[in-house]
Design a protein around this ligand. Structure first.
Ligand code: HXC
Length: 260
C-alpha cells in the first residue's frame, strides 16, 4: 500500500505511536480546509491501524495552531458555511478510538485551542499560549470551544476566555484543567513522545475502552456512567489481554500484550 502524501502535515510512526505534525509555518499552522481534511484523514488511518496504540499531534515551536484559517473564511456567506457544515469533520477526529496526545508549544488559539481540547492528554510547553479570540473577529468558537472549555475548565473560566478573548499561559491553562502537564519548552517533544509511547505500550482494547468510558462522563448522568463503566469493566474480561495482564501480575513478570 502506498503511503498517502500530505501537503500541510508531516506524518510518521514508530514504537506504536502515529505522529501528525501540523506543517503550515507561513500561516502559523492555521487550519484551512486542506489541513483539516489531512489531519482527520491521517488520524483516521492511524485509528484503523492495529499497530498504532496512540496518536501524537504536534505543531511547531511558535504555534501549535493559530486557529481556523481566517483568510479562507473571510468571504464566506452563512449559506456556504451551512452547506459545507464547516468544522463538522472535526467530529470524526473527536470520535477517534485511539488515545490522542497533543504536544502544545507556542500559540494554540481559536481552532488551535479547540483542537487541543479534543485531545485526550495535553502536554504543554511552559511558553504555550491558549486562547479563544474569536470574539475579536465578531464570531464565537466553532470547533467545540464553547462546550469543551466549559466542561474542562468550568463556566467561569470559559466565559472569561470566550467573552474577553484573552490569552492564558500554560500555567494558568493547567490550573484551569485544560492541560494535563506543563514541561519546559525544550522538554516538550521528549515528554509528549514518552507519554504517547507509554499509552501505546498498554493493551489497545483497554486504552480504547478507557478513553471511551472517560469520554462518556461528559455525556451521561452519573448513575448511567457508573453502570457503563461497570459493564465495560466486565466486557474487558473477554479479552486475551485481561487474562495475560492478571497472569503476568501473579507470575511477577511484564505482560506481553496481544492487543486483543
Ligand atoms: C490565517 C493566520 C492566522 C489565522 C496567523 N496567520 N494566524 N492566517 N488564519 N488564524 C498568518 C498571519 O496572517 C501571517 O501571515 C502569519 O500567519 C504570521 O502571523 P503574524 O500575525 O505576522 O505573527 P505574530 O505577529 O507573531 O502574531 C501571532 C498571532 C497572530 C498572535 C498568533 O497571528 C494572530 O492573532 N492570529 C490570529 C489568531 C486568531 O484570531 N485565531 C482564531 C481564528 S478563528 P502573513 O501572510 O500576513 O504574513 C477560529 C475559530 C473558528 O479559529 C470558529 C469561528 C468561525
Amino acid at each position: 500500500m502506498t503511503e498517502p502524501t500530505y501537503a500541510t502535515i508531516k506524518v510518521s510512526s514508530a514504537k506504536r505511536v502515529g505522529r501528525i505534525q501540523l506543517n503550515r509555518p507561513a500561516a502559523l499552522n492555521a487550519l484551512d480546509e486542506r489541513t483539516m481534511d489531512e489531519v482527520v484523514a491521517a488520524a483516521t488511518a492511524f485509528d484503523a491501524d492495529d499497530s498504532v496504540g496512540a496518536i501524537l499531534l504536534a505543531g511547531s515551536q511558535k504555534a501549535f495552531a493559530a486557529g481556523a484559517d481566517i483568510k479562507e473564511m473571510v468571504d464566506k456567506s452563512a449559506a456556504e458555511m451551512r452547506a459545507a457544515d464547516w468544522f463538522r469533520r472535526w467530529e470524526d477526529f473527536a470520535a477517534l478510538r485511539t488515545p490522542v496526545v497533543a504536544a502544545v508549544s507556542g500559540y494554540a488559539l481559536g481552532g488551535g485551542c479547540e483542537l487541543a481540547l479534543m485531545a485526550d492528554v495535553v502536554i504543554a510547553g511552559s511558553g504555550a499560549t491558549f486562547g479563544q479570540p474569536e470574539i475579536n473577529l465578531g464570531v464565537i468558537p466553532g470547533m467545540g470551544g464553547s462546550q469543551r472549555l466549559a466542561r474542562s475548565a468550568g463556566k467561569a473560566k470559559a466565559m472569561d476566555m470566550i467573552l474577553t478573548g484573552r490569552h492564558v499561559d500554560a500555567a494558568e491553562a493547567e490550573r484551569m484543567g485544560m492541560v494535563s502537564r506543563v514541561v519546559e519548552d525544550g522538554e516538550l517533544e521528549a515528554e509528549a513522545k514518552t507519554v504517547a509511547e507509554l499509552i501505546a505500550s498498554k493493551s489497545k482494547p483497554a486504552t480504547q475502552v478507557a478513553k471511551e468510558t472517560v469520554a462518556a462522563a461528559f455525556e451521561t448522568p452519573l448513575q448511567q456512567g457508573l453502570l457503563l463503566e461497570r459493564r465495560q469493566f466486565h466486557a474487558l474480561f473477554s479479552t486475551e489481554d485481561q487474562a495475560e495482564g492478571m497472569a503476568a501480575f501473579q507470575e511477577k513478570r511484564k505482560p506481553r500484550w496481544q492487543h486483543r
